[in-house]
Design a protein around this ligand. Sequence first.
Ligand code: ADP
Length: 261
Amino acid sequence: QEAQLRQSQKMDAIGKLTGGIAHDFNNMLAVVLGGLELSRRGLDAGAQRSEVLRHIDSAHEGATRAAALTRRLLAFARETAVDPVTIDAATLFADMADLLGRTLGDGVTMTFEDASRGWTAAADLVQLENGLVNLAVNARDAMDGRGTLTLRAEAITLAAADAGALTCGDYLAIAVQDSGGGMTADVLERVFEPFFTTKPVGKGTGLGLSQVFSFARQFDGDVRIRSAPGAGTVVTILLPRAAAAPAAPPAPEVVATPAGA
Ligand code: ADP
């Protein structure tokens, strides 16, 4: 009896994982297909070489991310643990600005606010990045391609009163706020259910937020959502603050410029 229950839980977990990966892979393929389509249209219309190259680069990046995802899947199949890395908001935002901008499209204004005070967290970077792309896709859909998206990092200390499922203490919070249509209470109540979607067949899988949630829980964090019809949505990923790293010998300085700057 108990073995049967364990087996069914395992199948459930595998089902969720497979669906989740298919969902991420689909997001990446959309970037590849979009880049190819725009390159072809550009060539047909006699567009500037630089514009066509930009679309090719975008397709290339999508394919590279898809390859990284399948590598991670293979690593998982071999039961190699995914090593959490140190996440800091400034690096995360700089690395993701380009991809998020392309996901959102030209009609959406994107702003970054970093009030993380340099706090860091330990988590799987690939999962976090995929999660943020999922949130951006949701925001874009909620805004019909037009509006404002704010990505905000905050240093938050949770007291017992607002800790909920979490331990009291310090958290690095990454919030994605959109100016879209928001959610009714009925929808808000169900968003973390796997396969719950209000989107047309073929557009939504209902796995985006449940994936983000299981990622956050995996690293002892949480996801909180504030939303109301007409008032937009804020989805916040909370991750426990990592202890400050011991002083390392100074590394050679690398200057990172956000792409497009
Ligand atoms: P999917 O996007 O495939 O539907 P999700 O789990 O990401 O799956 O989202 C579930 C549902 O939650 C969506 O179908 C939508 O109704 C609602 N939702 C999620 N994010 C937002 C948002 N930013 N604004 C409004 N509704 C949202």
